[in-house]
Design a protein around this ligand. Sequence first.
Ligand SMILES: [Zn+2]
Length: 109
Amino acid sequence: MAKKKRYRGHFCKVCRKILANEKFSGKGRTAHICKKCTRKLKARKSEEIAIACIYSVLSHCNLSRDDRKMLENYTHSRRERVRSEALTVLATFTRPTPSEEDEDFPDAD
Ligand SMILES: [Zn+2]
């Protein structure tokens, strides 16, 4: 026989709170994650996908026009982490290689 629950609602393992049943979707109830946390986790997942995309560009030796466009799109991302990673990778490709850089080269400006 199942043990009777001592509380109403449902426990969310992400925010560690007991919340009303309405705060859970059918799926979330079994996963023990409330609707709010499901959304949060999804957002984090898309952020991870974006960052994986950004870093995949680094595996190529040069930046294709499409990759650059993709990185530039990510620099406008609402997520700060995605933005900064995109800028970092973009900078890796825009920066001249140290061996070709002449420190005494007169500034064109
Ligand atoms: Zn939660």
